[in-house]
Write a protein that binds this ligand. Structure first.
Ligand SMILES: [Fe+2]
Ligand SMILES: [Fe+2]
Length: 257
C-alpha cells in the first residue's frame, strides 16, 4: 500500500544529516518509483539523484522543509537516465548556485536539457573523486556499466550510507512499496529481472561488490526500491556476487539457438 510520505531521516548527528525525500501515491501511476536523497553538512547540501518532472514538486517541497534550496551546493547524478536528470532545468531555478556533478562521459550531453552557463557542470573522472560538502566528504565510487557506461555510486563517509544508483533497484508491482528491506529473500524477486536486463556486465558487478566491501557501508540506498541496512547490506552484496547479468546472459535470453 502506498501512502503519501514526507522525508525520512537516515542519519543525524546534529551537524551531518541524511534524508530520504518522500513519496506520493500518484507517482505509482506515472512511472517507475524513484528515490531521492539529501545530504546536509552544516550549511551545505547535496541533492542525490534529483529526478524527473513528475517528482519535482514533491522533492522541492520536502527539501524546502529541511534546508533552503538555495543552499544546495551539488546536484549529484549517478548517470544520464531521464528518471535521474530530467528535472535539471527546474532545479536550476530553485538551486541557482548548485553545480551539476556527473560522469565526464555525459558532460557534453547534459546541455541538451537546459541552458548551461560556464562552470556549472563538474565531470567526474572514470576513477571517481572526492566531493567536499561542508566538513564532510562524499566519494564518487565507479559503477561503470551498472548500468550506464559512465556511472557512479556516491558514498557519504560520515553516515556510512552508500547511494548505489540503479544497483539494488527493485521494481515494485503497482500498489506495493516499502522503504526498508525486511524480508530479503522475497525482495530479491523484485530485483532479479531488473538486474539481469539493465545491468551491463557480471564482471563489472563483481568488481563493484569488491570495492564496496572495502567501504563497509552501514546502509545501501538505491535509486529505485527499498533501502538495505544492518544485516541486509551483507546479504545484498552476497546476492549480487552470485548473480549473472547483462552481456554474460544476453545470448541465452534474446537469441534462438
Ligand atoms: Fe538508469
Ligand atoms: Fe533509475
Amino acid at each position: 500500500m502506498i501512502r503519501n510520505m514526507n522525508s525520512y531521516p537516515l542519519y543525524d548527528d546534529g551537524e551531518h544529516k541524511v534524508y530520504w525525500l518522500g513519496i506520493e501515491e500518484a507517482e505509482d501511476e506515472k512511472g517507475i518509483l524513484t528515490n531521492q536523497y539529501l545530504v546536509i553538512d552544516g550549511n551545505e547540501a547535496a541533492l542525490i539523484e534529483p529526478g524527473g518532472f513528475f517528482v519535482f514538486s514533491r522533492v522541492l517541497k520536502n527539501v524546502s522543509s529541511l534546508i533552503p534550496p538555495a543552499q544546495i551546493k551539488y546536484l549529484l547524478y549517478s548517470h544520464q537516465d531521464p528518471d535521474v536528470v530530467a528535472g535539471l532545468n527546474l532545479w536550476f531555478e530553485y538551486a541557482p548556485l548548485a553545480k551539476i556533478v556527473i560522469s565526464e562521459l555525459w558532460v557534453r550531453f547534459i546541455p541538451h536539457l537546459a541552458v548551461l552557463n560556464g562552470g556549472r557542470v563538474i565531470g567526474i573522472p572514470d576513477k571517481g573523486m572526492d566531493i567536499k560538502l561542508g566538513s564532510s566528504v562524499i566519494r564518487a565510487i565507479p559503477s561503470h556499466y551498472l548500468h550506464s557506461p559512465g556511472n557512479f555510486s556516491f558514498y557519504d563517509e560520515k553516515s556510512g550510507v552508500l547511494f548505489s544508483s540503479d544497483i539494488g533497484a527493485a521494481a515494485f508491482p503497482q500498489g506495493e512499496w516499502y522503504l526498508f528491506v525486511e524480508d530479503f529473500k522475497s525482495h530479491t524477486k523484485l530485483m532479479e529481472g531488473f538486474h539481469r536486463r539493465y545491468m551491463g556486465s557480471t564482471k563489472a558487478l563483481r568488481a563493484w561488490v569488491r570495492s564496496v566491501r572495502k567501504l563497509n557501508p552501514k546502509a545501501i540506498a538505491p535509486q529505485h526500491g527499498a533501502i538495505f541496512r544492518d544485516k541486509n547490506v551483507g546479504k545484498f552484496l552476497d546476492w549480487l556476487e552470485s548473480l549473472e547479468v547483462g552481456i554474460e546472459v544476453f545470448e541465452k535470453e534474446f537469441y534462438d539457438e
